[in-house]
Unconditional design. Structure first.
Length: 94
């Protein structure tokens, strides 16, 4: 390959890179709104910080609430068992 051919090849490569650069700049000026919207949606879909996820409740209070909820569900389960036993006993007595 001669020097002239090498220089011509390099110039073609430079022109191709300049075209690609111009197209990239043009794409950025045309669609900055869509990029901003994408960034905004990404921010909105992030999970809340750990502090807000806890709701500002201390560990001690959270444990008390969990215990109270367990008591409520235990009461519901007991009442369901009583109701089931009552329905089984009544038809047998009749």
């Amino acid at each position: 390959m001669s020097t002239k051919q090498l220089i011509a090849e390099i110039e073609r490569g430079i022109k191709a890179l300049q075209k690609a650069h111009a197209l990239c700049l043009k794409a950025e000026t045309v669609a900055p709104h869509s990029q901003a919207t994408a960034a905004k949606t990404a921010k909105e879909t992030k999970l809340p910080a750990k502090k807000t996820a806890k709701g500002g409740v201390s560990d001690e209070s959270r444990a008390k609430m969990a215990a109270a909820q367990q008591k409520r569900w235990a009461k519901v389960r007991r009442e369901k068992k009583k109701a089931a036993k009552a329905t089984l006993v009544v038809p047998a007595a009749v």
